[in-house]
Design a protein. Structure first.
Length: 187
């Protein structure tokens, strides 16, 4: 349970996250490393099952960029590679007559473009340029909706907006907390 927030700019993307990892029973730990990491050409932030993030950061290598567009790369190479890693680790869940899922929500930047990757391995891009996920994501989305795009014309102003949004989410969401990390990726 987490707060992730991201803003898509013109030729850049900023992703932010808190550092609290918690269980539904209320136990928690403040993580020593960020919930955002680079892997190959991707900047990845994740919420949900920590095991899935461990696999993506330490047990998997993002495929080399290929394809005509970033969307093609995400669809044909990136997501199938993630699914393969989840299957091999036993973290992919497939119940009869249901779609396969993994227990994570991801916000991914590739070449400065943001993608939300859902538990069913589908992806979306936002026409508004605002992405959030995790238990505090709705709070962060409300804050960003009131400031974007007026205060986010540069990566530096996007960082300030994301930090404000996550700070408010931390105040309102029991499952978010600790330090706030922000990372920028350029096209």
């Amino acid at each position: 349970m987490t707060t992730l927030a991201a803003i898509q700019g013109d030729g850049w993307a900023v992703i932010g996250a808190d550092r609290k990892a918690s269980d539904e029973d209320g136990s928690f730990v403040y993580m020593s490393s960020p919930k955002i990491f680079s892997n190959g050409c991707a900047l990845i932030a994740g919420s949900g099952n920590v095991r899935g993030l461990n696999i993506l950061e330490h047990g998997w290598t993002a495929p080399r960029y290929q394809g005509k567009t970033v969307q093609q790369y995400i669809t044909k190479y990136f997501i199938p590679s993630i699914r393969k890693a989840m299957i091999e680790s036993g973290s992919d869940i497939k119940e009869e007559s249901k779609s396969a899922i993994f227990e994570n929500g991801l916000i991914v930047a590739v070449r400065g473009q943001l993608f939300a990757i859902a538990e069913d391995y589908s992806w979306d891009q936002s026409t508004r340029g605002i992405f959030t996920d995790g238990s505090g994501g709705k709070y962060a989305a409300a804050v960003l909706a009131t400031t974007y795009p007026n205060n986010t014309q540069s990566p530096q102003s996007a960082i300030a907006s994301i930090r404000q949004a996550i700070t408010i989410a931390i105040d309102l969401d029991l499952y978010s907390g600790g330090d706030i990390d922000t990372f920028v990726q350029y096209e």
